[in-house]
Design a protein around this ligand. Structure first.
Ligand code: NAD
Length: 479
């Protein structure tokens, strides 16, 4: 199966494929060429989608968990059967190197498989009663129609990390994909349809301006849950809007991940981990390290080896199997990386390697030293291939610097000392800690942040709870 022309031809997916009255264009960031003319949905489509989601929820929730599980399992099989085409679509729309895109499709499909299995394990509880004639139960039921909003940096995985547990739980799901990446989402809908997903259970509404469409869904009382992955700034808007109708909400927001490299680290093993953590997806992930703290005793050796490894990364065509770093997603993202480097240099930073813009939206892998806390890159997500190196003396100082941020998504450390590994990971105010592991994400673990990095967890058995309500039933037996 290949991607139907519908997705590229201004259709959106609701209770079937519909052509939108207006369209917008998306381009390939690697070449700047026009990629597709896609549906531009607005408040009218959103209002219809809410009604469809309500109707489909009422029939979908009646299916047994086993029936839902079978459809999800077929969806997983179809994703894996179409891995190459899905990966190519993703690379074309946002520039992720193809080898990483293949990995993302497998990761995205992993959520579908996990929740196909988890659907069958939504267990209730019985409680001992305080009166002899009573029987007390707690059952779990789907929360209702869900509205999901996803970012461009993981065009498939952020969709299935939300839609798979929601659908497994018995919810219907309306997705507003990121402006840059509607094709991956529409492709997933096509596979959902092919897997036997009933019309209206999964709807995909691409749009160029998210505000009018989103406001319509946020105000609709039939939408009982909102799940968002993106920036903290937009998360705050949705959090406020959800108060209108008291929607249940999950927020996966921005991060500013520190990586602490202790003096006992084996540099030959540590450097590849820190490199992968920094430069995957050209540094455009919420869990990419943004600040690398290195013990002063090993700083010289670390910076030399790290800069050498960074400069060996191959920057180029993301469709090439050998490419490590593709283009940045758009001119805005590119300008932010340039701005962060200029700001750091103007405040005394030194370039160890890289630092230059290449042609198009490509940027050299960059390593900087002589960093101070007032630099933008120490306070905002750079979302690019830029690594600032900062030295520290004691564990306490490293922990204090790592925690000195409003964000709390992912943090990392590298050490050979078991006691330090436990103590430091417990002291870090983060939802995720990678110990000697720069790539901790996988479908069956709890992913999410503390502080201003979010609310709730996705993945594992935690992920499905976000789409369930607990109902208490008290049954009195005739005395
Ligand atoms: P963004 O917040 O600008 O956009 C994310 C989504 O929100 C897009 O679909 C966009 O169309 C939509 N959006 C924007 N304004 C909106 C509004 N007013 N109302 C409703 N929807 C709106 O973020 P981005 O630039 O697409 O993605 C990068 C951000 O996502 C980074 O901050 C990154 O850290 C974060 N992120 C977090 C996670 C996580 O799991 N915590 C994962 C990936 C990305």
């Amino acid at each position: 199966m290949t991607l139907s022309t519908k997705a590229k031809d201004a259709y959106y997916y609701s209770d079937g494929w519909h052509q939108a009255s207006s369209t917008y264009q998306i381009s390939n960031p690697a070449t700047g060429e026009l990629l597709a003319e896609v549906a531009n949905c607005g408040p009218d489509e959103a209002a219809k989608a809410a009604a469809i989601a309500w109707d489909s929820f009422n029939s979908w929730k009646q299916k047994t968990a086993f029936e839902r599980s079978e459809i999800l399992m077929r969806w997983f099989d179809l994703m894996m059967a179409n891995q190459e085409e899905l990966a190519r679509t993703m690379t074309l729309e946002m520039g992720k190197p193809i080898k990483e895109s293949r990995g993302e499709v497998a990761y995205a499909a992993g959520f579908v498989k996990w929740y196909a299995e988890e659907a069958k394990r939504v267990y209730g509880e019985t409680m001992p009663a305080h009166l002899a004639h009573k029987r007390l139960f707690a059952i779990k039921q789907p929360v209702g129609p869900v509205y999901g909003v996803t970012p461009w940096n993981f065009p498939s995985a952020m969709v299935t990390r939300k839609a798979a547990p929601a659908l497994a739980a018995g919810c219907s799901f309306i997705l507003k994909p990121a402006e840059h990446t509607p094709l991956s989402a529409l492709y997933l809908a096509e596979l959902w349809e092919a897997a036997g997903g009933p019309p209206g259970t999964l709807q995909i509404l691409p749009c160029e301006d998210p505000v009018p469409l989103s406001e319509t869904l946020m105000a609709d009382p039939r939408i009982r849950k909102v799940t968002f992955t993106g920036s903290t700034e937009v998360g705050r808007i949705l959090y406020k809007q959800s108060a209108q109708t008291i929607k249940k909400i999950s927020l996966e927001l921005g991060g500013h991940a520190p990586y602490l490299v202790f003096a006992d680290a084996d540099l030959e093993k540590a450097i590849p981990e820190v490199i992968a953590c920094k430069y995957r997806n050209a540094g455009q992930t919420c869990v990419c390290t943004n600040r690398i703290y290195v013990h002063s005793a090993i700083m010289e050796a670390f910076s030399e080896k790290y800069a050498a490894a960074a400069s060996e990364l191959k920057v180029g065509d993301p469709l090439d199997d050998n490419t490590d770093i593709g283009p940045l997603v758009d001119a805005q993202g590119f300008a932010k990386v340039q701005e962060h480097i200029q700001d750091a240099l103007s405040k005394g930073a030194k370039i160890i390697t890289g630092g230059k813009a290449l042609s198009g939206l490509y940027f050299e892998p960059t390593v900087l030293s002589q960093i101070s806390d007032d630099m933008k890159l120490m306070n905002e997500e750079t979302f690019g291939p830029v690594a600032p190196l900062i030295s520290f003396e004691t564990d306490e100082e490293a922990i204090q610097m790592a925690n000195n941020t409003p964000y709390g998504l992912a943090a990392y450390l590298y050490t050979n000392d078991l006691s330090r590994a436990f103590k430091v990971s417990e002291a870090l105010e983060y939802g995720i800690v990678g110990v000697n592991d720069g790539l901790p994400s996988t479908p069956f673990v709890p992913f999410g942040g503390v502080k201003q990095s979010g609310l709730g967890r996705e993945g594992g058995h935690w992920g499905i709870e976000e789409y369930l309500e607990v109902k208490y039933i008290s049954m009195g037996l005739p005395k």
